[in-house]
Design a protein around this ligand. Sequence first.
Ligand code: PEP
Ligand code: MG
Length: 573
Amino acid sequence: MSKLIQGIAASNGIAIAKAFILEAPDLTFESKTVDNPAKEIERLVQALEVAKSELEVVREHTKNTLGNEEAEIFSAHLLVLSDPEFIEPIQEKIKAEKTNAEQALDQIATQFVSMFETMDNAYMKERAADIKDVTKRVMAHLLGVTIVDPSTISEEVVVISDDLTPSDTAQLNKQFVQGFVTNVGGRTSHSSIMARSLEIPAVVGTSSVTEQVAEGTLVIVDGINGELLVSPDEATIKEYQKKRARYEEKKAAWATLKDEPTQTADGVHVELAANIGTPADLEGVLANGAEGVGLFRTEFLYMGRHELPTEDEQFTSYRKVLEGLDGKPVVIRTLDIGGDKELPYLELPDELNPFLGYRAIRLCLDRPDIFRTQLRALLRASVYGNLKIMFPMIATLEEFREAKALLEEEKEALLAEGIEVSNTIEVGIMVEIPSTAVLADQFAKEVDFFSIGTNDLIQYTLAADRMNEQVSYLYQPYHPAVLRLIANVIDAAHQEGKWAGMCGEMAGDEIAIPILLGLGLDEFSMSATSILPARSQLLETNKQDAVKAKADMLSFSTTHQVEAFVRKTFPMQ
Ligand code: PEP
Ligand code: MG
């Protein structure tokens, strides 16, 4: 019987493949005393051996698909598995206390982890993370539970899971992973954003997909409408194959606009830029005809590894992007970790409200060691292109002033060392917190530009977590309160002769585009794959009409009224 599961459309496209369930394994075990410790030790040795050969395969596979650096993590795991200082105490414990292998492994691993975690040494902290990972793997073998490594997927599948962290998403191999569907998440959660940059169709926020789909079932992901079809019949498969072909045709038509300038129907130019996470995204930026990079989310350079990236590593990445854009503007945002983007090696305490907590500029101002390294790397790279630096999550003017002062200090230090730094770097902020949007007139006197981060601005304005599918009905981009804040920011910028862009996902939304054009937005920055559809829409939209509609658009009291007005006034293609 076929079944339809409704979720949130996270990344466009249609995928048809078998379901691959990616679940966190249940590793609960019973603590027991045993009569035959030798047999327990034998079980332990067996589990260690299987874990080793499995890790060797994963390491080889990762090396081939993602590269040497990513594969290094697994070499570190293999070292732990062969380390007598770790293994012998487990065997001793089994012998001395006649405990089962699971309990001995758990207790010794816990001792090592807490010992390493309390050391004030990044290398030792990494060892704690390795031991945790390896212990999970060995425990799974002792319990006969299967561990799934997303990086080893080697046939065409649709990944189904409760959640995907941004680093899980980064490990997915696009060649095989045709789509993904999760229980949790929203359109602006970072795994959705990554799915769009990887061009993998995705549906998130289904609540219970993992309970409703069995491994190996044929499924269709409709990332356009946010639907998953389970066990479709032949006729439905044919229908979706046609839909997929139509979508591909549309994409081909958009592709013809790649080298065209972005102009409205009445000939006004607006800038269409791309959001990126790593230099690897450059290919998509160029292939989709972006006129610049409006947001480089640098936190991805810090993720999927065991330690902070060095100044030189960062410099190399920033330089690559600046050179790749060949003089076109590149807005690089300083580290915005926190919220749904974690860095396990920083060992930050768990928070009740991570989106309202210790993240982004708050963490950077508190950890100037981390921040200064990034600022130096950015300044050194500035001579290789048209760099603009942007600070995230600015809530007060003092934060901006403090961040800018650190930037100035690092610039002076580099110049004193005889290192060249561009003197035309613009310094701006993300406007993603209501306090800053309200006070935009004050900020506009001090910043060079604004980039409106609606992904967060919407969640803070309506108090609706961008990750929580239960309140996704309140996450309303066209809510009149959000529109008034946006208008306030754009007007404030223009009043001071500054420019205002938007790098939240709203900038690429077809209902929002005529609104933002009418409010006077100068730069629209979005997932690279949204650029050509946006260019095609702008070619059909008259800026003067949009400006005339501004007063109406700001006069409404509900999202529904705004949407109805836009659909009537600016018919969609
Ligand atoms: C935003 O908040 O709109 C934004 C672009 O930043 P991020 O999605 O990385 O929080
Ligand atoms: Mg944000």
